[in-house]
Design a protein around this ligand. Structure first.
Ligand code: GTP
Ligand code: MG
Length: 367
């Protein structure tokens, strides 16, 4: 076991803010600098696209599924101890909480400071916010979210140590400057930064700052748990894993067609938290599609190539009844499979997140 404490970085922020993309970039940068990295993902159910993606790059990736970190503190602490206790323990661990989760300072950071100081050293708690939603939220608009989900968005910003405006490549520099000033005005005691994980801009600077920073969980937000619970419960949550089989299928085109059909069934774009779909073809080939709101947010990356068999992992967080969401997800699959493609649903879990009941909730900041 290492004698030095392992640095633990939490990267929070609402669904689709860019957390996993930052984890990928940051861990690659750390690895290139000779530092080993452990990653911890979190979801309400297993078959998480993020875990599949991160595992491709980093074998020290762990997933806590079935509940958020806060409601399974012991599970999270157990994974931390396992990683930190390895013969080849990582130098840095980066953890990504569920995007609809808040009150992380009171329920995770304070207990960790109090109970695991011997093992880990907490970095400043960063919350990512994508410019489009952030701009609207700051203007008092719910940004196509249910008002209680917008409440969670605001609370995530409020409880953080560091607000990081993400996806800066999607906004003009002058607008970014105004937005940054607005954030500083709304949160005068927070550190505020900007980043484009896609372009790599600001990733090194952010890493240097959080690795040097020693103050974490510097504030606890007042959270109305009934509103928080409602903000989570309006989201239907679906994780599914599907085996696809056909003849020389172009999986990238299949994925585009699938999104097209699913959007047609979903109708109004309002209420899409994040739909992320991974298709893994032969060898290491994969493609991924992400949609974090209206149609213009849909992005495709990589290529799964052409083959006969592929594995599809579907994660959808949409303001819809879970049963209705499941029905639409599979109706779109049935439509996309017309013309000789077979599919087998290997696993499917659809749910409405339950009332958040954290293991611990500290009312004071632990020094
Ligand atoms: N243009 C642009 N897109 C980005 C950037 N960072 C992330 N994205 C895109 O935003 C979408 C969501 O990114 P993720 O990293 O999966 O977001 P997340 O916060 O982990 O999402 P959840 O885990 O569902 O909460 C994907 O399409 C990413 O490619 C960025 O810097 N620029
Ligand atoms: Mg993620």
């Amino acid at each position: 076991m290492k004698t030095n404490r392992v640095k633990l970085i939490f990267v929070g922020g609402f669904l689709g803010a860019g957390k996993t993309t930052l984890l990928q970039q940051a861990s690659a940068l750390l690895a290139a600098g000779g530092r080993s990295v452990g990653l911890i993902t979190n979801d309400q159910a297993d078959a998480l696209v993020d875990t599949h993606l991160l595992t491709k790059q980093n074998s020290m990736t762990r997933e806590i599924s079935g509940s958020c970190f806060c409601c399974n503190y012991e599970g999270f602490a157990g994974v931390l101890s396992e990683l930190a206790g390895r013969h080849t323990a990582p130098d840095v661990i980066i953890a990504e909480p569920v995007g609809s989760c808040t009150d992380i300072s009171a329920t995770l950071l304070q207990p960790l400071k109090s109970q695991m100081q011997a093992v880990i050293e907490l970095a400043p708690f960063t919350v990512l916010a994508d410019p489009e939603k952030l701009e609207r939220i700051l203007d008092g608009d719910p940004a196509d979210l249910h008002p209680s989900a917008a409440y969670i968005y605001r609370k995530q910003l409020e409880e953080s140590d560091r607000i990081l405006i993400s996806k800066t490549d999607t906004i003009r520099p002058e607008r970014l400057q105004v937005l940054t000033e607005k954030v500083k005005l709304a949160f005068p005691d927070h550190e505020v930064g900007t980043i484009s994980a896609r372009r790599g801009t600001g990733v090194k600077e952010w890493l240097d700052q959080v690795l040097q920073g020693t103050v974490s969980g510097s504030r606890i937000a007042a959270i109305d748990y009934d509103v928080y619970a409602e903000g989570e419960a309006v989201l239907g949550w679906l994780n599914a894993s599907v085996l696809l089989q056909g003849t020389a299928v172009d999986w990238d085109r299949f994925l585009e067609n699938y999104f097209h059909r699913l959007n047609a069934l979903l109708g109004s774009p309002a209420g899409i938290g994040h739909i992320k779909i991974l298709i893994e073809g032969m060898g290491d080939r994969y493609c991924i599609g992400n949609q974090t709101g209206a149609g213009h947010t849909l992005q495709f990356r990589n290529s799964a190539g052409i083959s006969n068999i592929a594995q599809m992992t579907i994660n959808a967080r949409v303001e819809a009844d879970p049963a209705a969401l499941e029905q639409m997800v599979f109706a779109a699959l049935a439509q996309s499979a017309e013309g000789g493609l077979f599919y087998e649903i290997r696993q499917c879990r659809s749910l409405r997140p339950g009332y958040p009941r954290p293991t611990h909730r500290y009312s004071h900041v632990v020094s």
